[in-house]
Unconditional design. Structure first.
Length: 334
């Protein structure tokens, strides 16, 4: 996957899309970019761009595509673009059940991918306040709430789009996690885009399907379970492309089990040859989580996981195994 690594906010405009109002509200000028507002927006952008749910997209409808192309061509300014996009999203909020009111920020970015337009849907959250009232010369304090606060700087944005001026094999990056809202309305009805599967998606699918198969197929042989997963992790870390048929034959001593593994992965939509996103696999395998029975979780980094002087799973001879953690220099309760 081609990642956007360097970004700078050049300008921004904001609209208020509240379902309790009859019309959306827009500023007539761009956002004054103070230090705290810049930090707030850039952190949400960075988190959206680093999300595992961020995907490639291709436009299949024309409204957002045409409007953003007009902006890139300097035929409309950012404020006009924000009004057009905001009115479209506001209509969906009013018509569809279960879509959160929000503020929508539209930002012009410079990035290592070239000029980029960002659309952030900043959903309102419950804001609890102390309400002070005076009755008969006595003070009464109550707790009330309203859906009128933006997500905090450490909160999570679930809907975002990053549209590229210089198109590649895809038009945009899109983040559309469900949260508490209707599924996929942002991508399908607002942006009108379809997902384009990339190397990260394929790598993610391979890791998930492999783990599920090993968990079920080798649940009674924990030592073999660890051995097979360890071999897969090495391949994911060291190889750029994984041939599923060849890998299955190498991983499983039992030919029937190898065939089951291949068939299961193909049923899950894994391709015969998977181009590995090494940045993603390195990140996912940096720390390996092992669930022991139902009452213990063990986190092991990749170096220790592959070092028998630090970590080992051995048979007890009674159908059970022991997990050995060796050469401990420091033991601290967290």
């Amino acid at each position: 996957m081609d990642y956007i690594k360097e970004i700078e906010i050049k300008s921004a405009a904001v609209g208020v899309l509240d379902s309790s109002s009859d019309t959306p509200i827009f500023s007539e000028s761009e956002l004054t970019m103070k230090e705290d507002s810049y930090e707030y927006l850039i952190k949400h952008i960075e988190k959206a761009l680093s999300s595992e749910e961020l995907k490639y997209g291709m436009f299949k409808g024309n409204f957002v595509k045409d409007k953003t192309d007009e902006f890139f061509s300097q035929n409309i300014d950012l404020v006009s673009l924000t009004k057009s996009l905001g009115k479209r999203l506001f209509t969906l909020i009013k018509e569809e059940v279960g879509i959160n009111s929000c503020s929508m920020a539209v930002l012009s970015l410079s990035s290592d991918m070239g000029k980029t337009l960002c659309i952030l849907k900043l959903d309102y959250i419950k804001n609890y306040i102390s309400n002070i009232d005076v009755k008969d010369e006595k003070l009464f304090i109550d707790i009330n709430w309203k859906f009128n606060s933006l997500p905090g700087i450490n909160g999570k944005v679930t809907k975002a789009a990053f549209i590229l001026e210089n198109k590649k094999d895809f038009d945009l990056y899109i983040l559309d996690t469900k949260g508490n809202e209707n599924e996929n309305y942002f991508r399908e009805k607002f942006i009108e885009a379809e997902i384009v599967e990339n190397d990260r998606d394929k790598t993610k699918k391979l890791i998930k399907a492999s783990k599920n198969f090993v968990k079920e197929a080798l649940s009674d042989d924990l030592e073999e379970n660890i051995r097979v997963q360890n071999q897969l992790y090495k391949k994911l870390k060291n190889e750029e492309t994984i041939d599923i048929e060849k890998t299955a034959d190498e991983m499983f001593k039992d030919a029937d089990k190898a065939m089951e593994f291949k068939n299961y992965l193909f049923e899950q939509g894994v391709e015969k040859n998977v181009q590995i996103d090494n940045s993603y696999s390195e990140k996912k395998l940096k720390r390996i989580r092992i669930k022991i029975d139902k009452d213990m979780d063990l986190y092991v980094n990749e170096q220790s996981y592959d070092d028998k002087d630090r970590f080992e799973v051995v048979r007890n001879g009674d159908g059970l195994v022991s997990v050995l953690i060796k050469n401990v220099r420091n033991l601290e309760e967290k």
